[in-house]
Design a protein around this ligand. Structure first.
Ligand SMILES: [Zn+2]
Length: 58
């Protein structure tokens, strides 16, 4: 049994705390006066602008 090499997916830079490095955030979609949540929509993370990395200003 060969040892399965785990893909090292460690981020080099700090992952965005908002999207956890995925670059996308799920937002609840609400419609109607009752503001009933009908589902979730995936949107671009505005914190990192989809890069998934925390923006570090040098
Ligand atoms: Zn982000």
């Amino acid at each position: 049994m060969a040892a399965v090499k785990k893909p090292s997916f460690e981020p080099q830079s700090a992952a965005c705390p908002t999207c956890k490095g995925s670059g996308e955030v799920s937002v609840a979609v609400r419609v109607g006066r009752k503001r009933q949540a009908v589902g979730q929509q995936t949107g671009l993370c505005l914190t990192c602008l989809g890069s998934g990395e925390a923006t570090t200003s040098t």
